[in-house]
Ligand binder design. Structure first.
Ligand code: ADP
Length: 457
């Protein structure tokens, strides 16, 4: 079986969040079971020398709506990845957020379909709206398509004018197709025309069928419910491995938990914190409403009076960045680091006693898995993949602190439970070391994806 796995981001080449991680780790876990090749844009910021993607690539041309487009194809032998370079798609400073995103990722979808045909693959696995149009483009081909929704909140909604440029026939601009309140919705193409839809946790698969979580597509998804399945993500435990991670201060494992503490000491030293016995809570993520950022901001005054340190790493909405900078200047035990820093995030996971993840909604979430693997106990809101992976008082998967409903009061109560747990050193270490040994790898879920591929053939 030959599978083409398409994603707009793949770590380490490009990453804006969990999609990049999953597009790296899922194909890796599937490699043993099928022939899987990934395909992703070769953005201008990707270091071609470092990844040995030397020119010239194979030049291909496509005709779309009477216009000729050229793309170059590069192959990385190390990671079984195909990189596509097209100037419209790849000549941007960042991944997303441009006026021509519809055209950029529409072209990417055309390229995916072209490559799938040329390579005669059996399955094309598409991820999120950036690749969703390929499901429509391939719907009459022999190839089967799987479409994974990583986050329904981002649907790729654009002016319908772009469809003409992308040679998408008017007949698809209907309620059953791409039309969404007079605009073109790329995510809808993935839902309507793929052979199977997956999303990244069983709970999120149920949630998106409700008005509260459906982002306007709950009714549409209900019509395609038979095709929908939730499979929990995992992480690449070889990459996120505190025993080998070269970015952290001191390596450690569950049998040498005392070495984990050295990471916190080093980090506290760097921050100039004298009282090193206080627990360290970390928040790592995009500063958007989804991540429960308003609850955190509301809580900061209360937390400034608690015996803890809180470090937040993230970037996002400017207003939020500004608020966090002001409040971290005001409260001594609250620290905010603006930006996206992969190495620092690893050092924080290694140093932390607790991960604060009060997401309003969370399709799956990877932070709780990474944190658990580094012995940082997650504190989460019971939603989506967090509900499926973190349990309080139960040895089911990751052990942590779970709050529900979503409110400042409940979150603070969970923080108080965390502080009580931390005071009982033996009990805390038991949970932290238990979490480190939890299976958060992609192995089990890769088997579930394999079953889906097999059932389609
Ligand atoms: P998202 O909704 O952003 O995809 P996930 O929990 O699925 O959230 O994945 C987030 C990934 O991005 C994790 O690997 C996390 O460590 C990483 N990450 C998020 N923000 C930052 C940041 N500011 N710096 C470094 N890594 C980050």
């Amino acid at each position: 079986m030959k599978v083409l796995f398409a994603s707009s981001e793949i770590y380490p080449y490009s990453k804006s969040g969990g999609l990049g991680d999953v597009a790296h780790s899922l194909p890796l876990a599937l490699k043993e079971q099928c022939r899987i090749i990934s395909i992703t844009p070769l953005y201008r910021f990707i270091d071609r020398k470092k990844f040995r993607l030397n020119s010239p690539g194979t030049v291909c041309t496509m005709s779309i709506a009477g216009k000729s487009y050229t793309y170059e194809l590069f192959r990385s032998e190390e990671s079984d990845t195909l990189f596509v370079y097209n100037d419209v798609l790849c000549e941007s400073e960042a991944l997303y957020g441009y006026d021509n995103d519809a055209l950029r990722f529409g072209l990417f979808s055309h390229i995916i379909a072209d490559v799938a045909r040329k390579m005669k693959v059996d399955i094309v696995h598409l991820n999120d709206w950036h690749t969703a149009l390929a499901a429509l483009l391939l719907k009459d081909d022999r190839v089967k398509t799987v479409f994974t929704i990583h986050n329904l909140a981002y649907q790729g909604i654009f002016d319908k004018k772009v469809l003409k440029k992308l040679a998408i026939d008017k007949k698809y601009f209907t309620m059953e197709g791409l039309e969404f309140y007079g605009k073109a919705n790329f995510m809808k193409a993935g839902i309507a025309y793929s052979d199977k839809i997956t999303t990244v946790s069983p709970t999120y698969a149920k949630e998106i069928l409700t008005e509260a979580y459906g982002c306007g597509l709950d009714g549409f998804l209900k019509k395609h419910k038979k095709k929908l399945k939730g499979i929990l993500n995992g992480i690449d435990t070889t990459f996120f491995n505190p025993q080998r991670d070269s970015t952290i201060y001191v390596n450690f494992d569950a049998a040498h938990i005392e070495n984990k503490v050295k990471n916190k000491k080093e980090y506290y030293k760097k921050l100039g914190i004298k009282k090193r016995e206080k627990p360290l809570f970390v928040f790592i993520g995009r500063l958007v409403e989804q991540k429960g950022i308003s609850i955190i901001i509301d809580l900061l005054k209360d937390l400034s009076m608690e015996p803890l340190e809180l470090v937040m790493l993230g970037e996002g909405e400017q207003e939020t960045e500004k608020k966090l900078s002001i409040l971290s200047g005001k409260y001594e035990n609250i620290h905010y680091i603006k930006g996206y820093d992969e190495a620092l995030s690893h050092r924080l996971y290694a140093a932390a006693d607790f991960l604060l993840m009060p997401s309003l909604f969370e399709p799956c979430g990877l932070n709780q898995m990474i944190a658990a693997h580094y012995g940082a106990v997650p504190l989460v809101h019971s939603t989506g993949g967090l509900k499926d992976s973190v349990f309080e008082g139960k040895k089911k998967c990751i052990q942590g602190l779970v709050f529900d409903p979503f409110s400042k009061k409940e979150c603070l109560a969970a923080i108080h439970r965390a502080l009580t747990l931390y005071r009982d050193k033996k009990a805390y270490i038991k949970i932290s070391t238990y979490d480190m040994q939890c299976d958060v790898s992609f192995n089990k879920s890769a088997k579930a994806y394999m079953k889906i591929y097999e059932a389609l053939l």
